[in-house]
Ligand binder design. Structure first.
Ligand code: GDP
Ligand code: MG
Length: 206
């Protein structure tokens, strides 16, 4: 009998940075060129295998949430942020504005979620394929992104491409983020409503 560990991980960031494409590729393995703004929040459950504090395999159920495009109207609600342990903050490496807004996103998260030890913010630069095809299209350098993470105390998740990366590669990356969330916030048994550190896991019947 083992506990069911569940993390809520949400995608945030400016409109058109590629949140929905990343979401879709991970959940279905398909990159949708003409991604349509979804109505209502989309969420899926995935299972990732990470290592527990003793190095043993640990299955984690991840509820991955995508917005319905509310960020366009700056109207992400508290419901979206609420009870999330992982916040994947995405910018477009070819659009400076989306990177400049990272600080605003961090402030919104802190405002909504409060205590910083209960969640992990992961910064990702998307659309690296565009910079590979045409280096001049790059508007944000790796160094800057890493510096921002250091300064703001958030985790640097690297650059990615919803277009070129395979679903497996993206899942691998998200497994790593899940591992980092576990390291920071520990075990969160949502169904039992109990939040514990890794060394104090309570038994859950669920
Ligand atoms: P969202 O508003 O953050 O959910 O962004 P979308 O996922 O809807 O993507 C916005 C636009 O960027 C769409 O036209 C996508 O096809 C495009 N896009 C998303 N990810 C990538 C990527 O990794 N590379 C390229 N070249 N285009 C992308
Ligand atoms: Mg979207």
């Amino acid at each position: 009998m083992s506990e069911k560990i569940t993390y809520k991980i949400i995608l945030i960031g400016d409109s058109a940075v590629g949140k929905t494409c990343i979401f879709k590729k991970i959940v279905s393995g398909v990159f949708n060129e003409k991604s349509i703004s979804t109505i209502g929040m989309d969420r899926r459950t995935l299972t990732f295998t990470i290592k527990d504090s003793e190095g043993k395999d640990l299955e984690v159920e991840v509820q991955l949430w995508d917005t319905a495009g509310q960020e366009r109207f700056r109207s992400i609600t508290n419901t979206y942020y609420k009870a999330s342990q992982g916040l994947i903050l995405i910018y477009d490496i070819t659009k400076r504005d989306t990177f400049n807004n990272v600080e605003n996103w961090i402030s919104s998260v802190k405002e909504s979620l409060g205590a910083e030890d209960k969640y992990l913010i992961v910064l990702i630069g998307n659309k690296v394929d565009l910079a590979e095809a045409n280096p001049q299209s790059r508007e944000v350098n790796l160094d800057e992104a890493e510096q921002t993470c250091k300064k703001d105390g958030i985790y640097w998740g690297g650059e990615c491409s919803a277009k070129d990366f395979t679903a497996e590669k993206l899942k691998e990356i998200f497994t790593k983020y899940t591992q980092e969330i576990y390291k920071k916030v520990g075990v969160n048994i949502i169904k039992a409503g109990i939040v514990n550190k890794p060394d104090k896991i309570k038994k859950s019947r669920c």
